[in-house]
Design a protein around this ligand. Sequence first.
Ligand code: MN
Length: 146
Amino acid sequence: MIRPTSDKFRWKDVDVLPYKEDGGTHFKSISRQTLFNGENDLPVEFRYFEIGAGGHSTLEKHHHQHAVMIIRGSGQVFVGDKVTPINTHDIVHIPTLTWHQFRATNDEEMGFLCIVANDRDRPQRPGPEDLEELKKIEGVGEFIRV
Ligand code: MN
């Protein structure tokens, strides 16, 4: 059992970590807490990510999938070929090999739970040709951050 602290979006004995280990400028203002990291019978990681106002996750795709539930604030998500507003309690599925990026665009932080397989491939980031294609999609060019 892991219980929350008095801050509902922090948990006892769970470290608040950088979003990704490699640093870089392809994401902004985002933290990670690993709430469950199972093996064998339940080989998934269950994480809580929080994006500060104006921040964003990495624009990426990969073979593994994500199941996401927003539990704090609101913002927007780009999945595949569409940018969509997202609010607390919305659930987002990121299919395999699908470009995606979360942004806290509403002057508030946005927090979400994310389930991912333990055994997974590394995310791919867009190259110049990918970006060229993405920018052709209406509403996407202005939205994405790289
Ligand atoms: Mn991802």
